[in-house]
Design a protein around this ligand. Structure first.
Ligand code: SAH
Length: 252
C-alpha cells in the first residue's frame, strides 16, 4: 500500500467550516504537523504527536520531515488554516518534492481543500467575489515589494475585485498603507471595502468601509481585505442592514 502524506485546510477557524473530509483525515492521523495556532484549533486531537512549524525556513524543513514520517508508515497530516494550497504549506511540500525527485518514491500526497479566508469574509457580507477577482499576498518576505506593487497596479487597472492576504504584521506596517495609496491612483475612493478579522474565531470583526476610509492601524495578520471593483456595491436594505456584492455581469 502506498504511503500518504495528507495536507489539509481547517478553514478560517470555526468548527463548522472544517469539511467532513478534513475531519475524517484528522481523526485517522497518527502525527500532526503545522503552525501552533492551527494545531490549537483541533483540541480534541491534543494527544496526537505534534510538530510545530514556526517560520519560513522551518516550513521547508517540516515539509521534508512530514514526507519522511509518511515514508516510515505514519499517517501524517500537515495542517494549515483556510485552504492548504492558498499561501500555505502545500506548496512547501511540492517544492521539496521537485527539488529532491528521487526521495520519498513511495509517498503519495493527498491535498484536502478547505474554505479560504476570502470566502468566509465574502459570505459574512454578501457576494463581493461574485465577478472576476484577484488574490494577492501583501507579504514581501517571499517576494520583492516591487512585485507586489506591480501586481496591485495591474489588478487595479484590470478593475478586478481584490482579496488581500497577509496585509500587515506587528513589524510590516507600511505595506498596507502603500497598497492603499497605489490603489487610490487607479480606483475610486468610493469603492466598498470589507475588512474581516479573526473570521470564525474569538474576536471576529467584519467592517464595511470604502477605499479612501480604510484605517491601516486596525489591520493585522489576522485580517483579510476585499477591495471592491468599480462595479461592486454596498447596498442598504429597508431594515437598515447592508450587503456588499459584485454583480454577475460587468455593466459596460
Ligand atoms: N491558507 C489560508 C491563508 C494563509 S495566509 C487561507 O486559505 O485562508 C494567512 C493570511 O490569511 C492572514 O494574514 C490573513 O490575511 C488570512 N486569514 C487566515 N485566516 C483568517 C481568519 N480567520 N480571519 C481573517 N483572515 C484570515
Amino acid at each position: 500500500m502506498a504511503h500518504i502524506l495528507t495536507v489539509l485546510g481547517l478553514g478560517p477557524g470555526a468548527r463548522e467550516w472544517i469539511t467532513p473530509e478534513a475531519s475524517e483525515a484528522l481523526g485517522a492521523a497518527s502525527d500532526l504537523v503545522g503552525y501552533r495556532t492551527y494545531l490549537d484549533l483541533v483540541p480534541e486531537l491534543k494527544n496526537t504527536p505534534r510538530r510545530h512549524v514556526s517560520g519560513n525556513r522551518v516550513e521547508i524543513k517540516r515539509a521534508r520531515e512530514a514526507l519522511d514520517l509518511a515514508a516510515s508508515g505514519k499517517r501524517v497530516v500537515l495542517v494549515t488554516s483556510g485552504d492548504p494550497g492558498i499561501f500555505a504549506m502545500a506548496s512547501a511540500v511540492y517544492e521539496v518534492l521537485e527539488k529532491e525527485p528521487s526521495s520519498w518514491p513511495g509517498v503519495d500526497v493527498r491535498i484536502i481543500p478547505g474554505i479560504s479566508a476570502m470566502q468566509a469574509a465574502a459570505a459574512r457580507v454578501g457576494a463581493p467575489l461574485g465577478h472576476d477577482f484577484c488574490v494577492i499576498s501583501l507579504s514581501d518576505i517571499r517576494k520583492p515589494w516591487e512585485v507586489v506593487e506591480n501586481r496591485l497596479v495591474h489588478a487595479a487597472r484590470g478593475d478586478f475585485v481584490l482579496a488581500l492576504y497577509n496585509p500587515a504584521s506587528k513589524t510590516r506596517r507600511e505595506q498596507i498603507k502603500k497598497a492603499i495609496t497605489l490603489l487610490l491612483e487607479h480606483r475610486s475612493g468610493a469603492v466598498p471595502v470589507v475588512i474581516a478579522q479573526n473570521l470564525g474565531r474569538a474576536g471576529e470583526q467584519v467592517l464595511i468601509t470604502r477605499l479612501d476610509k480604510i484605517d491601516p492601524d486596525i489591520i493585522d495578520m489576522r485580517t483579510v481585505l476585499i477591495i471592491g471593483s468599480s462595479q461592486s456595491r454596498e447596498v442598504e436594505r429597508a431594515d437598515g442592514s447592508c450587503f456588499v456584492y459584485s454583480p454577475r455581469s460587468c455593466g459596460g
